[in-house]
Structure formats: C-alpha cells, structure tokens
Ligand binder design. Sequence first.
Ligand code: BGC
Length: 457
Amino acid sequence: MGGNRHGAHEKTHVRRSRSRYSFPMANIPLNGLRIGTASAGLQIEGSPQPSNWTEWAAAGTIADGTTPDPTTDHWRRWREDNELMERLEYPIARVGVEWSRVEPRPGEFDEEALARYAEEYRDLTARGIEPLVTLHHFGQPLWLERRGGWTNPEIVPLFLRYVNRVLDALGDIVTDWVTINEPNVFATEAYLFGSTPPGTGGYRAVRACLQNMAAAHLQAYELLHARLDNPTVTFAHHKRVFAPANRANPVHRALTPLVEYLFQGVVEKAFYRGVFDRVLGRPRSLPADFTPKGVYADAIAINYYSRTAVKGFDDATFPGRPTNDLGWEIYPRGIAEVSAPLAREYGLPIWITENGTADNSESFRCGFILDHLAELARLNAEPGGVRVERYYHWCFVDNWEWSEGMAQHFGVVGLDENLDRHVKPAGYMLRDLNRAGAITPEIVETYREAPAGGVDP
Ligand code: BGC
C-alpha cells in the first residue's frame, strides 16, 4: 500500500521551493468557504497518560528524541490558545479528545479530564469558534495497545463505550464530529511500514485494523445520530493523488490504480457505505444483523497533503517538482482532484479537515495556502458543482509531528523556547482571508513572500 507518511522520507530528493501564488491577480471569491486550523490531542497537549505513543517515543524512535510531553503544553495553556484563535477571528477549529487521557485504565473514566475538555470547548463556542471534535487521532490507551489495539475486534465495543462517555460530557456543546482520523494512514504506518506504534504486524494486521476501524466508525456514526440532534459526523480521510512515475512504463501505469485502491478505495466503500468487498472482508466486530442504511458521513472530510509518483508500493516523488522540507511534493491541484469526485458521488459538501506543509524557513507557507485555497475556490465557483464549506489548515501552533518530533513546523503560530506563542504571517493571512471572503490582490501582495515574523498589518 502506498503512502508512507511518517518516518522514512527521501531526504535526498528535497528541493526547497518558494511555492508562489500562481493564479491571476484578481478577486477570487471563496463563496462562503470558512477557514480555521486543525490539531490533535497528543500532538499539542503534553502531560499525557500512558498511550501507544508514550511507550513508542520512550523507546527512542522519534527523530529529535522528543516525546508527547510537553509538546506545546496546550493542556495547561489552552485558554491562551483559544484567546489567540479568537484574536485571529477564526470561525472554526478542529480539535481532538484523547482516548488515553479520558480512559487511562480499562473502564475507569477520568471525569476531571472530560470536564476540562467541556470547559475548553464551551470557551471556544463562547468566543464564536465552532469546534469540530475528533474522537480518535492516532492515540489510544496503552492498556488497549497491549491487547492488540485495532487488530483486536474487542476494541470496537470499547471505542463505542468511550464515545458514549465523551457524549455524556460534550454532547450539549459539540455538534460536529470526526470519528476516526485517517484510518488508511494509521493502519499502514502502524502495521506495515513500521514507522508508528506498534511498528509491526504485516498485511493481516492492516486488514484487521481497517475492518475494526470501519465497524467502529459505522456504529459510532449511528450512535452520534441517535444521541444528538442533527449532528454532522464523518471520518477524516487521507487522500493523495497517485500518478504513474513514468507514463510510458506499463508497470507504473498498471500499478497506479492498484496502489490507489489498496490505500484509499478500499476504505471508502467500507466507511462511507458500510459495504465490504472481498479485499477487506466483513468485520467480525460488526453485529450480524447490521445492514447498511445509506451513507455514513454528513460531509466529505479530506486530509490532503501531496501526490505520489507510483513505481512500486513505496512512496516516490516526481523529480524536479517543488517539495516541502520533508520532500513531499507541493501539488495544489490535487486538493480538488481528490475531493470533488467523492463529493459528487455522495452529494455531500467538502470539508478539508487538514492541509498544510513543513516549512521551517516560513518562506512558502503562505503561497502554499493561497494556491490550495484558489483550487477550492474554483470548485465553489462551478455552477451546480460541489460545495467546499470549510478549510482547516494543519496546524495552529507548531506541534509534535509524531515520528518527526518537534523539528518540523506546520503551524501558523510558532513557539519559542519557553513555549510562548508568536503568530506567523500565515496566521494573519488566514484572518484576512476570512475577513475578505476572497483571495484579493492585496492579500496576495502582502503575504505570498512574507518574510518570517514580518507581517502584522
Ligand atoms: C495527520 C496529522 C499530522 C499531519 C502532518 C496527517 O497525516 O493527521 O496528525 O501531523 O499529517 O504530518
């Protein structure tokens, strides 16, 4: 399966690019597209409870030797982060509840932690920021990991029990939910590519994980709808563009749809429709009387970063194309290419739940954002076309990037050694884009090559 996202990057291919805004200098209306940022519990909170990631990081697997403590220390500094988001006038925020914090021991739920999340999200809404809450974003309690994590079908009822407890605490505050973040990335990185915990397992484990995650998503979707009044529920699907490395090579051409199907197609039928083909197989963790009823998503939530040049089952990039600090190709057109067909197929709006780039020099982040947003604006301008309602930039504050640790910067807000926050040009640019409701020539002029730390108009 293609899509080696964390860990093994081809550093030799890295070619920094100042991705400039490459559209005409005209007003490009966003047509109601709202912009905010995304984050995940383990990557920002610090003060963690034992999880798959605390154990993995303690074993010395992280590029810069860091652990999920303190990351950005958001668990203590959450109010400051909420204030900053309000100051930047972001109308939406993707945030995450961390299972290992909520249920540190089997069946023992930490009511204080749940109350803290409730306080944080109530505070967000009071500031006019709508939270979209992720229930599983790569982290889970260590006791569960020891029982086989997502390869063990017993995790499914335990996940639903956890969701029920989260709903007891947050159900009257939050209406928008992501059940599971990037099942395909989680399964392949954890069990096939070995770059995230537990780092071993093989294809059978990938399959079991995806089956159980699908069973968990489908039932959590039903549960959230049964308990809440008209929520928006979805899962965050990681999509890349796959293209033959060499179009003249028949092996590359033949492999491309196969890799694409194995990495993302197989997930789509199962998660959106509850339909399991022979490749994935029906999960044992799905009740025998489960029959799919319609579509199990209320928005097409897409995490989009890059394009893969297919020549085998591992990642490769097209030579000579612009790349970010991690060697991922910058391919803005892909954001529309991967999301529009799904939105058309299911008649649902698109929410970009992640899009961002590793840019430690802060020289191309603004251009990257503008180019991707312009592609989305173009979709919104098509008559009778798909609707792109939300764009959550990954991420708010530079955070703990899993295997990369704190070394790679994706944020629109930076950190100094004391973990004090400073807004980067991109942070102000998102504010100005929301204000204008359009990509304007002024915004492009001001930001596309903004020097690091230089702009606060
Ligand atoms: C994940 C994020 C991660 C980002 C950048 C996505 O796959 O959902 O947690 O930090 O990529 O690496």
